[in-house]
Ligand binder design. Structure first.
Ligand code: XBP
Ligand code: MG
Length: 254
């Protein structure tokens, strides 16, 4: 039996629908800025999301769909690095324009946890700059201080589904996996948390369809709030109308 001490939040798909309306749009704009006629459809992007990290994802795309390009461009890594740089500029602008709101119930839950005795961390494959832009532009103030750790991007050798980013977070917070609960939206995220031994719940996002989420202890279609009770795909809300601190404590105790 463990007592819950911290909630570990994924970002993309979990806190906000950043993929379809943010990273995909920003990446396509980045291709154009770099003089490339590559444009990813929403469907292709859904397939490419199995590779986490924009740099890794674009590299996979070139190797898979444009293998000839390696011979044309004398430094593919330099080109992809520039595409990602441009993409993050675009993503920040999209977020700052207010086009990527937090999902329903996310701010409510973050505030509830912040006001409780529980700790919080961000555990994500995206870059720290993207995390900061999303949280500061949607919640503002000292929101970044709410998190003991913001574990993001290239600070680990292997991104999700590898457990590295969760292991790093547990180490920095000096917590055991069983004292935490991860909130994720994807197969890669569930695998990463589970491999690190962290119990994980899923809030389904627009790109969760078809993902293997079987290792999650609870699957809902959103966090819910006073006006909306989420649908439960796996597990139980134990009499709660939406995801809250009390429910999450019981999830881990079980
Ligand atoms: C999702 C990802 C990220 C984003 C793009 O991260 O895999 O790569 O798609 O962000 P998570 P970057 O679900 O772990 O938050 O361009 O910064 O990689
Ligand atoms: Mg995610």
């Amino acid at each position: 039996m463990s007592e819950l001490k911290a909630i570990l939040f994924d970002v993309d798909g979990t806190l906000a629908e950043t993929e379809r309306y943010g990273h995909l749009v920003a990446t396509n704009q980045g291709f154009k800025t770099c003089g490339l006629d590559w444009q990813w459809s929403e469907e292709l992007y859904g397939k490419l999301l199995k590779v986490t990290g924009s740099f890794e994802r674009i590299t996979h795309f070139v190797n898979t769909y444009h293998p000839d390009w390696k011979h044309v461009s004398n430094n593919l890594n330099e080109l992809i690095t520039e595409i990602v740089r441009q993409k993050n500029i675009n993503f920040k602008r999209i977020v700052e324009n207010g086009q990527i709101p937090l999902r329903p119930g996310v701010e409510r839950l973050l505030r509830e946890i912040h006001d409780s005795d529980l700790r919080m961390a961000i555990v994500t494959t995206t870059s720290p700059q993207n995390v900061e832009a999303l949280l500061v532009n949607n919640i503002g103030g000292d929101v970044l201080d709410w998190f003991d750790v913001i574990a993001a991007g290239d600070i680990v050798p292997k991104k999700k589904p590898a457990p590295d980013i969760y292991n790093l977070t547990l180490n920095e917070m000096n917590l055991s996996p069983q004292e935490c609960l991860a909130i994720e939206d994807s197969e890669n995220g569930v695998k990463s948390a589970t491999t690190a031994g962290v119990p994980v719940m899923v809030t389904l996002s627009e790109y969760s369809e078809g993902h293997d989420l079987d290792d999650a202890i609870l699957i809902v279609d959103g966090l819910g709030d006073e006006t909306h009770t989420p649908s439960v795909i796996k597990g139980s809300l134990n009499g709660n109308r939406f995801i809250n601190v009390d429910l999450m404590r019981r999830l881990v105790l079980k």
